[in-house]
Ligand binder design. Sequence first.
Ligand code: UDP
Ligand code: MG
Length: 316
Amino acid sequence: MKLSIVVPCYNEEAVIGRFDDRIRTVLDDLAVEYELCYVDDGSTDGTLPRIRSLAQQHRDTTRYLSFSRNFGKEPAILAGLKEATGDAVIIMDADLQHPPELIEKMLDLYQLGHDQVIAKRSREGDRRLRTALTRMYYRAVNTWVDVELADGVGDFRLLSRTAVDALISLPEYNRFSKGLFSWIGFDTITFDYRNAAREAGETKWRLGSLVNYGIDGMLSFNCRPLRLAIYAGLSLAVLATLYAFWVIGAALAGGITAPGYVTLVAIIVGLGGLQMLMLGLIGEYIGRIYYESKQRPHFLVKESGGTPRTGRPAQS
Ligand code: UDP
Ligand code: MG
């Protein structure tokens, strides 16, 4: 069998050489036929020249792509999956947070017939605020979203050829791969590992991008938030009716008095806010339809090289 390792890289010049060294040591020990697929996601530092020279050094086992600009990790993974020719594909970060030593275990589990072998990480090496926020997020998302998302389960996983083909057959532009992995299903097994801290360089995630990623996760898979808007509207209507009856009753019993300036303002502002929120929600879905309808490619490649792509035909 042949194993492909897909590595999305964005500004990883500080660590990519070390990554390459370590993973090759592991793979050579395993005595398995392999290829490394580096996807340079429009890095602005020396990542691309480094990948180029790695591809030159290890001509038979390295393949690389370089994007015309930074498209994001999801498109980079997709590109790598399309490029990979192996019977099994492992997706790994370039920063050595995913220990290459786990590959052996993943292969063993793959050989037992699993199509997705997921390495689930602990959150050591992450900031405490981030850990707490993620935990809250997953609790919320799992009550909202149809597919199941688990904390600590990321992109580090082995996929069989069947699973890879299923993934690249999903055409959507807005790719939330955590959800896609879970959506395709197949025989899945998860094991735990201790996460290492990033070896060098720095994380590409800012709190803002995490929040956006979070919203993506909630909206990418169903229309349940819209259903929630309907429920909120319904409950408010019921409450308003009850309140109206109560006010009429009070007026009949005791005549009309007109206090309640604060109540009035609070209700107007509160409802206004709620309406904006719901409008934003609808807008978000429409925005997604807009992006999907443009049918733009997920990424543009400015350069590719290394091992000529043989074996499986290129999918577009
Ligand atoms: N990455 C990428 N494109 C991006 C951001 C990140 O290809 O726009 C890659 C990055 O080079 C790394 C992996 O995705 O190999 C994970 O990124 P990072 O370590 O910054 O994320 P974290 O581990 O903090 O979640
Ligand atoms: Mg990382």
